[in-house]
Design a protein. Structure first.
Length: 329
């Protein structure tokens, strides 16, 4: 959903969109032209009909197996399922301004504004708008995780909090752009249960405002289910979430998305349909869908993994992929 379709919140001024939304819309429009999915901030924003407002002003949305909460003040955490994420708030608590039905702005006195954007799959794109050179170059997000969760940063830049093979929280690789669309050097660091995004905006003459974000989510797939049986063997269908499709596209490149989907994505799929761990052909078909993205872009609404299909170790080169869209004989 683009900004033009976002209803104006009741407490926002009539007329032109707030400057915060102008900035995010500019990044979204440029990203749409360049095919940079992670930076399309105002796409797939939660619909007003799915967002509830609590007495304290916080926003919440139930996306099936996950409830997401965006607080009304910066001293309260963002919640995605069982995970809490504290926002940067160096000058003390900040009262949020609801600039759209699923977008809240927290403007600090330190040259930056934190703007969580609630997405329709329950993920939250926690954008940071850096106003000028006086702003910090490091933004810390303390995470409160389930007791057995392990927080890691992999070679692709993907941050994951896992409990065994289950993904409790994932954070898409870091990015940052200036007002002219130029990439700004940025990366994540982990210190215990704190995720820190470093934005090196003093390394060159960048145009302000600069926008960066951690995009945090829990589900690479909206749904995974057994869709039927053929020859007594289960067929499993998967539908990627908007967050998952962005991960697949790769924030810093296509290869990065492959690593994440074939690792954390497969672990999530197996956790939701244990049968997937029983036959090699399931994973081969899955890898083929991740590689070719035959669906939903070109082959239907779901990735369909059919357990009765042949085991094809060399599917990449033996002609089994393209003609059959990953469901070979």
């Amino acid at each position: 959903m683009m900004l033009a379709l976002l209803p104006t919140a009741a407490n926002a001024d009539d007329g032109d969109p707030p400057p915060t939304l102008d900035t995010l819309q500019s990044v979204t429009s440029t990203a749409a032209e360049t095919g940079t999915a992670a930076q399309e901030i105002l796409n797939d924003v939660a619909d007003a009909s799915t967002v509830e407002t609590a007495i304290d002003g916080s926003l919440s949305m139930d996306s099936g197996d996950t409830t997401t909460v965006v607080p009304a003040t910066s001293d309260e955490p963002i919640k995605i399922g069982d995970v809490e994420i504290e926002m940067p708030s160096p000058g003390g608590p900040i009262e949020g301004e609801r600039v759209a039905d699923a977008v809240v702005s927290f403007e600090s006195d330190n040259g930056f504004t934190t703007v969580p954007v609630l997405k329709d799959d329950g993920s939250v794109q926690i954008t940071t708008i850096i106003s000028d050179k006086s702003a910090p170059s490091s933004y810390a997000y303390h995470l409160t995780l389930p007791a057995t969760a392990r927080l890691t940063l992999d070679a692709s830049g993907f941050v994951s909090a896992t409990i065994g093979d289950e993904l409790a929280l994932g954070v898409a690789p870091a990015w940052a752009v200036d007002a002219e669309g130029r990439a700004v050097p940025t990366h994540y660091e982990i210190d215990g249960s704190t995720l820190r995004q470093v934005v090196d905006h003093s390394s060159s003459s960048f145009a302000y405002p600069i926008v960066a974000d951690p995009w945090a989510g829990q589900r690479l797939f909206d749904s995974v289910w057994i869709s039927g049986y053929t020859r007594g063997i289960a067929n499993v269908s998967l539908v990627t979430s908007p967050w998952g499709r962005m991960i697949q596209a790769g924030v810093q490149g296509w290869g990065q998305g492959q690593l994440i989907l074939n690792g954390a994505g497969w672990a999530e799929a197996v956790s939701k349909a244990k049968v997937l761990g029983g036959r090699s052909t399931y994973y081969q078909q899955y890898q083929c869908h991740v590689l070719g993205a035959y669906t939903p872009a070109s082959g239907g609404p779901s990735w369909d993994l059919e357990g009765y299909r042949a085991n094809r170790l060399n599917w990449r080169i033996d002609g089994g992929a393209f003609p059959y869209k990953c469901n070979w004989p």
